[in-house]
Write a protein that binds this ligand. Structure first.
Ligand code: HSE
Length: 339
């Protein structure tokens, strides 16, 4: 499989590490052999070699913050030019997420599919805003478009529902889809103020300097919108659903909940309401006996309510370099199997 990296930051490098580490295992166990023909990153530069690049050397240089522009395979192609010119089977789209516009990632995904490439992305923007259009475009072009890492990184959720729970009717999905806010709430229960817990989340690299996307619920909103559209077949935009973050929750609220054997969690929820699909994000009191109540720190979790099995809860990482890179590896193996 000839691979093209668009974006070679944290997630792209996490995937590269796994591809290198597992090269023999992937070939032996899955008949999966790969060559990276192109890498394009706005900060590190662009490389293209149809004979294949040295991914290990590129990873070492990128991880050390070195530019790739003095390599013999370096070129001045930007992402659009790279997608238009590269001879690749699959584009690995791992550029930054803009939840409001979905760009530039949506344009990259569209262009690669139009050219007949399969695509895997971990980018929430294109899926939260344009899932149906992109899925239909991929179908019409006879290519594969997978995005396991957009919700709960490499923890199987989309694949769990699509593959493993196949034949079940999914009635509701309800869970913790944002690690930063779950970490802050956990630390507040341990006695920190909201400001101190946020400060700690920023120091640990969970929360950004401007933490709005996490603490106001927008990141979780993008994820429930993806679930509403790709699991429940809805046609929701993020702005269609109520969204509240954790900024109004006080230490006092948390203490009172504890006294009642309950815990506040920022819950993302998707459900059917007659023929309509609904979604919401907001703090909710969860009984201590519920599996979601025991999920602490930056961990994510989702309870899937089905007809045949009742509730199934999956718990695992929702972010991270290798954890999100792994979601792309899973997508690649699926694409390999389907081709
Ligand atoms: N910022 C997100 C979180 C990770 O804290 O869960 C990426 O979606």
């Amino acid at each position: 499989m000839r691979l093209l990296f668009i974006g070679f930051g944290t997630v792209g490098q996490g995937l590269a590490e796994l591809l290198i580490e597992k090269k023999e295992q992937l070939a032996a166990d899955h008949g999966f052999n790969w060559t990276v023909v192109g890498i394009c990153d706005p900060l590190k530069g662009s490389l293209y070699d149809p004979q294949g690049l040295d991914l290990k050397a590129a990873l070492t240089a990128a991880a050390a913050g070195e530019s790739l522009s003095n390599w013999s395979s370096a070129c001045d192609w930007d992402a659009e030019k790279m997608i238009a010119e590269a001879d690749a089977d699959v584009m690995l789209e791992a550029t930054y997420t803009d939840i409001k516009t979905g760009q530039p990632a949506t344009g990259y995904v569209r262009a690669a599919i139009e050219r007949g490439m399969s695509v895997t992305t971990t980018n929430k923007g294109p899926l939260a805003l344009h899932a149906r259009e992109l899925v239909e475009l991929a179908d019409s072009k006879g290519v594969h478009f997978l995005y396991e890492g957009t919700v709960m990184s490499g923890t199987p959720l989309l694949n769990l529902v699509r593959e493993t729970l196949t034949g079940c009717e999914v009635r509701e999905m309800k869970g913790i889809l944002n690690g930063t806010t779950n970490y802050i709430l956990s630390e507040m229960e341990g006695g920190l103020s909201y400001a101190d817990a946020l400060d700690q989340a920023q120091k640990l690299g969970y929360a950004e300097a401007v933490p709005d996307a996490d603490v106001l619920g927008w990141d979780a909103l993008a994820k429930v919108t993806i679930l509403a559209n790709v699991v429940f077949g809805g046609a929701l935009s993020p702005s269609d659903s109520p969204c509240e973050g954790i900024t109004e929750i006080t230490a006092d609220d948390i203490e009172k909940a504890k006294a009642n054997d309950q815990r506040y969690k920022l819950i993302g929820r998707v459900w059917r309401d007659g023929d309509a699909v609904r979604a919401s994000v907001g703090p909710q009191l969860v009984e201590m006996s519920h599996p979601l109540a025991g999920v602490m720190g930056a961990t994510n979790a989702m309870t899937v309510t089905t007809d045949a099995l009742g509730d199934v809860t999956v718990v695992g990482p929702g972010a991270g370099r290798v954890e999100t890179g792994y979601s792309m590896l899973v997508d690649l193996l699926h694409i390999g199997r389907m081709r």
